[in-house]
Design a protein around this ligand. Structure first.
Ligand SMILES: [Zn+2]
Length: 128
């Protein structure tokens, strides 16, 4: 099987084939201007997209500062969701560093979250 993957972190479209083990193997597809100069755009594009998704998951489902557990009304199972009043946004700066915006925190909570994020994502994510 083969296909294409569009990401929401840039305009690149990666091509992939699924290998014998069932894992997708990505290759250079349609490369956006931001990644034109990269030696291995597929690897960089996936890394950026996965980092953004991992930070979003942490904010939305894991951090006790920004998420909470509720009971799913249909299944009765506990599910994690972002607390009311918390907002999340992100962007990559010109150097492709991930900048994250989290609204609805007190200054103390924001300091705690910044410290938790830098511990969890040592590759560098800036909370602004
Ligand atoms: Zn790109």
């Amino acid at each position: 099987m083969a296909g294409r993957l569009s990401v929401d972190t840039c305009q690149c479209v990666l091509f992939f084939i699924v290998d014998d083990a069932g894992d997708p193997v990505y290759s250079r597809g349609l490369v956006c201007d931001l990644h034109q100069q990269c030696d291995d755009p597929a690897a960089i594009v996936l890394k950026e997209n996965r980092l953004k998704n991992a930070v979003h998951a942490y904010i939305a489902e894991e951090s006790p500062l920004t998420s909470m557990t509720v009971t799913d009304p249909h299944s009765g199972e506990p599910i994690a969701q972002m607390k009311l009043g918390i907002s999340f946004g992100w962007e990559f700066d010109e150097a492709r560093n991930l900048r994250v915006f989290v609204g609805g925190l007190t200054p103390e909570e924001k300091t705690q979250l910044a410290s938790a994020i830098s511990e969890r994502f040592p590759q560098g994510v800036q909370l602004v």
